[in-house]
Design a protein around this ligand. Structure first.
Ligand code: SF4
Length: 354
């Protein structure tokens, strides 16, 4: 096993580490932390990216999964997530605030997601969590109709779950996958949100898994967390074993609490994705929101660092990239887009806001 002290400048050691991951070994937090320090453009970075792609190809093949999301209830959220334009008290107005969309609107969005090459559509609601009683029943009625239309897999992202009973009811209504991000490292979470806790998020993850829904859970990088905390976050994600790990990059929206933060450096973002692939070897890793502003004309390089899923279509409050771009980008890296609507299984995917 390569020693952690040498890894960040040791391309041969990094290639050997990739071999060990492919053979079924786990990368330690110390090794992952060393990998985060590889210098952009160095032979070590090349070995990191090549290793990440070998690991992806070995565990997940060369097919790219595409998901889409729909803001089914937008704006005026009670929560105060610092990065979010929908957070309570945020004056951002660049998106349409609305209550729960009609079944017809959801059906139109499913059709459009399918036409955009997405195999799943996640219904995302801006609130603390769905409330038991009439609101839960209204939501479940909508999920039932959505899941029966068969255009795309029916996923949801409905915030904090109050109990196992609520999770079971949502699963029974037909939700295949529940998206609920950990957002960031536990040790950094209080800097990001104070209206709910990291522990509430972990409890919600437990309810999702016990209900038998697929789990989509990742977070956002570039919010001011240290590199140590980025590894801590990935360790926590590894612990909960999501089917899909969406990695968002902070898009500093004016008016939000993080609106003045610089955009993450593109090399740092790509190196982070590759390190996550070493750590989360057999999980689906999705390049999600904020990738356009972070990577700009290097967007296609997500496929050169071990990513196997992308969010297509528009995001919650910002515009995304056209499906044609992704098709071409995947082909450029020897990959193909998967357009199958996946069944409910433990290899499922989704995407999520908070
Ligand atoms: S991320 Fe989700 S929970 Fe947090 S403020 Fe935005 S909409 Fe609300």
């Amino acid at each position: 096993m390569p020693t952690t002290a040498q890894l960040s400048a040791d391309p041969i050691g990094i290639a050997e580490l990739a071999d060990l991951v492919i053979a079924g070994n786990a990368v330690s937090a110390g090794q992952a932390r060393q990998l985060l320090d590889v210098a952009a453009g160095s032979p070590a970075a090349q070995a990191l990216f090549a290793g990440a792609c070998r690991i992806r190809d070995h565990f997940l093949g060369q097919r790219v999964k595409c998901c889409s999301i729909l803001n089914v209830k937008a704006g005026n959220c009670s929560e105060n997530c610092s990065y979010c334009a929908q957070a309570s008290g945020t004056p951002a107005t660049a998106y349409d605030k609305h209550g729960w969309l009609s079944d017809q609107d959801i059906a139109v969005a499913s059709q459009s997601a399918a036409e955009n090459g997405a195999s799943a559509l996640g219904l995302v609601a801006a609130w603390h969590g769905v409330k038991e009683g009439s609101q839960l029943e209204m939501v479940c009625d909508a999920i039932e109709k959505f899941s029966h239309n068969g255009k795309v897999r029916a996923d949801v992202n409905l915030g904090i779950l109050a109990s196992q009973k609520v999770a079971d009811r949502i699963k029974q209504a037909g939700a295949a996958v529940y998206g609920h991000n950990l957002e960031t490292a536990r040790s950094f979470f209080d800097n990001i949100c104070s209206t709910h806790s990291f522990e509430e998020r972990l409890r919600t993850v437990e309810y999702i898994k016990k209900a038998g829904m697929g789990l989509c859970s990742g977070g956002i990088i570039g919010m001011g967390e240290s590199r140590d905390q980025r590894i801590e976050f990935a360790e926590q994600v590894r612990f909960i074993e999501p089917d899909m790990v969406p990695i968002n990059f902070l898009n500093p929206i004016p008016g939000t609490k993080l609106g003045n933060r610089p955009v993450l450096d593109a090399d740092e973002a790509l190196i982070s994705l590759a390190v996550f692939r070493f750590m989360l070897s057999d999980r689906n890793i999705m390049a999600a929101g904020g990738k356009e502003i972070t990577l700009k004309d290097r967007l296609h390089e997500v496929f050169a660092v071990g990513v196997n899923a992308v969010m297509v279509g528009n995001y919650l409050t910002t515009m995304g990239t056209s499906p044609d771009y992704w098709k071409e980008a995947a082909a450029r890296h020897g990959l193909t887009l998967s357009q199958e609507v996946e069944a409910i299984d433990q290899d499922s995917s989704s995407c999520g806001c908070g």
